[in-house]
Design a protein around this ligand. Structure first.
Ligand SMILES: Nc1ncnc2c1ncn2[C@@H]1O[C@H](COP(=O)(O)OP(=O)(O)OP(=O)(O)O)[C@@H](O)[C@H]1O
Length: 444
């Protein structure tokens, strides 16, 4: 039967596509028993009503840091709710029994030692705090935390307050809550060089900034260098416990994928070959990222559906890989700071004018025109050169070392690496809401 609408697919492979969405929290966390045990030990004191611990979680992207955190904090909240209800019931029972009998049936001590636990969890992703993609700062994280704790009508603006005033507001909110306040900072490396908040929070009670609240801090990061660059006093507190999330191997990814696929896809739409290929590609190309494996499966399913098929083929997975790589590169460009993006735009214009590989002087001329077209102050050639070499180090650009002997001297030339091209840079600009400016390349 022909579909009634142009938006209808003749063939469908997804039974529940949401199971493959980024924000889906799986009911069961597979293949993470060891880290879960370590993590549970960090959270145990909270359940027991003792002072919370601080922890630093690290591991490559897509290895379950957020998924495990969400899973365990949800479980912690549910268990504490249950514990508090039990305690309340016990209290009521013992009060009743005291009224009825002269001798209470329940040991009074058993009730007193089990005081209800008051827990508030505040989560902030430090990546999303600036619209321009520049580095976040402790100040912005503090503002985000204040706003998480306040009702919408009392939220504060992201600029215009003295840092100490923001910290005071934060402590006030936390003190008003009382009990244990567990602050979880995802992508904490985005905080950049100013890590004030990371030593302010765990020490707030000792420094008498809060009286009623006990603050625990969990930082999550996929940047290995971040930890080593932390100031020693932050390292001592935040990294009280460190939990490393290792990359998944292909076998583990297969297990995770089989579980997801069985919920997301109709039976018989995929075979074990497709699962194995997604797992193998994610292991090889994306250092064991479950996110990549799941995204590959999802994209491959969409490709099959768009093609009117109810079976996902290995070829769909290969096509999905190409599609995702394109998107990943655009995202990585978006993640760069403004001057690096201007440099990439400059190389895009040069490449379009067939003027690459280009010497630093030529890149600088194009870069200056790009920066000015976005009303930004261009850096000097030396300043820009630092960004240029960093971009080459990160794999966006390739540099050629030319040596023309005594006459020409030694010089470097730059061009896009195989993974980058003009359309990706342009798409990155547009995805950030910046229109693409066609800059004239002089002298080319
Ligand atoms: N052990 C697991 N069992 C089931 N699903 C998992 C597991 N690990 C990761 N996933 C899924 O893989 C995806 C990526 O995981 P997650 O967001 O937790 O990674 P991450 O380590 O926090 O990555 P990033 O550092 O990029 O934030 C999510 O969809 C998550 O549900």
């Amino acid at each position: 039967m022909a579909p009634d609408s142009i938006f209808e697919d003749e063939a469908e492979v997804f039974h529940d596509i949401e199971v493959l969405e980024e924000d889906y929290t799986p009911d069961t966390i597979l293949c993470r028993d060891e880290v879960m045990t370590e993590y549970i030990n960090v959270l145990k004191p909270i359940y027991k009503g003792r002072p919370p611990q601080n922890a630093f979680l690290y591991g490559d992207t897509g290895v379950g840091k957020t998924a495990v955190t969400n899973h365990l904090t949800t479980q912690l909240e549910a268990d504490i709710r249950q514990k508090n209800e039990d305690i309340e019931r016990q209290h009521e029972q013992s009060e009743q029994e005291t009224e009825e009998q002269t001798q209470p049936a329940v040991e009074p001590d058993a009730v007193d030692s089990a005081a209800p636990v008051d827990l508030t969890i505040v989560k902030v992703n430090c990546q999303n705090l600036t619209s321009t993609g520049e580095r976040t700062s402790s100040y912005q994280v503090a503002i985000a935390l204040v706003n998480e704790l306040r009702p919408p009508k009392d939220m504060i603006a992201s600029t215009g307050y003295a840092p100490q005033a923001v910290y005071s507001m934060l402590y006030e909110e936390m003190d008003a809550l009382g009990g244990t306040v567990l602050v979880i900072l995802d992508e904490v490396d985005r905080i950049g060089a100013d890590d004030t908040i990371l030593y302010e929070l765990p020490r707030a009670r000792a420094n008498e900034k809060v009286e009623n609240a006990r603050i625990g801090l969990i930082g999550i990061s996929n940047d290995y260098t971040f930890r080593s660059n932390l100031s020693p006093k932050v390292k001592d507190t935040l990294c009280e416990t460190e939990i490393k999330f290792p990359a998944y191997n292909a076998m583990q990814l297969r297990e995770i994928l089989r579980d997801r696929a069985s919920r997301a896809l109709y039976d018989n739409t995929y075979g074990d070959d497709v699962i194995a290929l997604c797992a193998a590609l994610a292991t090889r190309e994306s250092s064991g990222s479950a996110r990549k494996a799941i995204n590959l499966l999802r994209r491959a399913g969409e490709i099959a559906e768009n093609d009117g098929r109810t079976t996902i083929l290995e070829a769909d997975v290969h096509e999905a890989k190409d599609d995702l790589e394109y998107g990943d590169m655009v995202d990585s460009i978006t993640d760069q700071d403004a001057h690096k993006r201007y440099v990439l735009a400059a190389v895009a214009h040069l490449s379009n004018a067939d003027a690459t590989p280009a010497r630093v002087k030529e890149v600088h001329r194009a870069y200056r025109a790009v920066a000015e077209s976005y009303a930004a102050d261009p850096l000097s050639q030396r300043g820009m050169y630092n960004h240029l070499t960093k971009l080459a180090m990160l794999g966006f650009l390739t540099s050629h070392d030319n040596n023309e002997g005594i006459k020409g001297g030694q010089y470097y030339e730059f061009e896009f690496s195989d993974e980058v091209d003009r359309s990706k840079v342009r798409e990155a600009f547009e995805s950030m809401g910046h229109s693409w400016h066609d800059v004239r390349i002089h002298g080319s």
